[in-house]
Design a protein around this ligand. Sequence first.
Ligand code: SF4
Length: 230
Amino acid sequence: MKIAGYEKLSLQDFPNNMSCIVFTQGCNMKCPFCQNSTLIPTEPEGTIPEEEIFDYLRQRQKILDGVTISGGEPTVQKDLKEFIIKVRQLGLKVKLDTNGTNYNLLKELIDEKLLDYVAMDIKNSIGKYGVTSGVPNISMDNILKSIDLLKQNKVDYEFRTTIINEHHELKDIYEIIKLIGDSKYYLQNFNLSDDVIDRSLTGFTEEKLNLWNEIITNYPSVYIRGREKR
Ligand code: SF4
């Protein structure tokens, strides 16, 4: 697997678990708000040998609960499944972060009970998906199938959307909620960082976040990351 980096210990990323986060190289989207844009190109080889990851995991096997596989888009890796199997053989759980474009692989991993948690990004309402994913003629087929698959509750999961002033209105979020039903859904505020492709983008002000937080109280399964529900 092409691995571009790893964070040795995260207490937050994998709900209720201490995890090591592995970042894969390569993505099939080009989201203008991507915080890891150096991980988008698929050509570069990974800079971290897989063996280094497994050496670390073996050392920390008793402390860690699991591994989060993030990116980039992990499902573009040809040997993702083999990597996951090796992680599980160490007795560690696996969380997968995905944009949902590789429905077949996601289904295979879920059917074979190789995943403990899936966090799937929903970039925007369907009509705006091309702009917000940076893939103007994006096909929604696999993404919609992945949403339906997760809704079957065969694995713990969450949907999440990074909210950006220039891309998201409340009506987009309502459209997404219609699509995902009462699935757990996190809105996370956009933060500008050096890696972001479109540096004209802005996150929500505290006031706007407060307002949205108030509005979404009607939806018990929708949260703004880092905020208590009122
Ligand atoms: S899907 Fe994720 S990794 Fe890929 S470009 Fe979008 S935010 Fe970045």
